[in-house]
Design a protein. Sequence first.
Length: 295
Amino acid sequence: MREEKRNIYLLMASFVVTEILALVFANNIIISQIPVEMYEPFGNENVVQAGANSGLLIVSVVLFTLFLIAVIKLGFRIIFRIVAVGMPVAFLLLFLLMQIEIISFNIFNFSADVANILAALAIAYVAVVVYAIWKGLTTVTMTGFMLATSLIAAYLAVSIAPPTLFVLPVAFALYDVYAVFRGPLRTLIKVMPLKQKKVVRSEKQKRAAIAEMHKQLGLMAARIGGFTIGAGDFMFYSMLVAAAYVLKGLLSAAAVGVAINAGVVLTLWILQRYQKPLPGLPIPIFLGIATMILI
């Protein structure tokens, strides 16, 4: 019982830290006043256009998942690892360098030499994260996971406006229900080339299983406190907190964060009570969106 509470506290702390980081990164983008292209390929004036915008992203995710499944089934495991590991790492580097540029030139007015040093340190850090994934160093990999999801969440919070901002998380929450129980994500988990699929009991076996998962999925998923969490959960939770800050200020962000994390606790309670697979997005997302709209 004590270990279960510790695991939940660890997971919730990870969510809170990521949400705070996303808020800070979004604030950096705002105060820098750099131009950010808004995501509205079909317009953003009504719910229909917002639904089309959301549908485009969902279709992209489905196609990407189907591509990974096809690659595995065809036996191209190296390509699978390059894509699954390389793409999130590329996003981490891209958005990290963007934040360094903002901090260096728009916030603190550093010299070009200092900015170059910071950029070099960022590149070195990302290289360390890649090495950690390869070697199964889960602690270092976890820092990259949290940083990548918070950076992407911050950018989405600034580049997506209502009504797409409200429709997109809800659409992905509904898709998450399908994906967990019947969709391509379930198929991907079944066909993934993990070396350890048996039940693990000892701490050494657990660490080995987590390391193997990171070797295959890189920053796309994390194992925290006994729970396997996808990057999408971290990203959407953090995006809503950062978006609430962008739209309505710090108190709104705090309220949305409390609502989302309360939804996470409720989801974990249901998961532990019934011991069945449960999508992580629906309850926290609906509570977060409702809170944002009501405040």
